[in-house]
Design a protein around this ligand. Sequence first.
Ligand SMILES: [Zn+2]
Length: 264
Amino acid sequence: MADRTGPLKSGFLDRRTIDEKGGQTMVDSRQDEQEVRTQLAQACRVLYMEGLADYNLGHASCRGPEADRVLIKPRGLGLEEITPDDVIVVDLEGNVVEGAHRPHGETIIHTGIYKRRPDVQSIVHVHPLFTAAFTSARLSIKPLNQDGVFFPGGVAMLESPELITTEQQAQALADKLGQDNAVLIRNHGIVTVGARIEEACLLAIFFERAVKLQLMASLFGEIVAISDETVWKMYDGFKQNPKRNEEIWRYMVRKLGREGLALQ
Ligand SMILES: [Zn+2]
């Protein structure tokens, strides 16, 4: 069995060893806030392009270069409408410190996790259709392809389906997330976290695709999932090859242009 306690070898948070990585920061200190705004706007558009929008709901955030500033998608606009200038800045208490738009009611999901997880640099919360359907069933995720491999051991579920708008709810969600990189909310959606914005986004995209595939496969008949041992082996392989996901992300950003969604 592979060593599960070794140093992190890629940009991806390790589901088993991230608790040893507290305080790790993977944002380049030279990166200024404008770059983070651009990356966040692009990320919102990728989430839309990949079918993760729920009307104008769902949001993504990044820590700014200054740790107490959180850059986040505002309420009102759709994911595909976000430009760098639309991004608002909140402090870790959720107060808007910069920007013309109002914050989403569930902004506390983000600030609650950032306060607890110094290793987390970016958070995505979305309600995509297949993920929402999955959270409405008594099921566990079965890794059937490469998308599912990113969730070895399953994903925890917060049983309350309510909007997360209070400190108490945010704490319950952060508790349920623990040191993992994803958590589900019953009859609601998913929260994914990453050491980079592309990581948090890709995890949400991979999860949506994995449960969509699981539904389709179950219609054919009995599901044959990848064995536990092989899933962990594949997961380790992906973790040690960060280029795989970096290339997928670059492809998605190029695809934004072909889909007419690129930032102008
Ligand atoms: Zn929500």
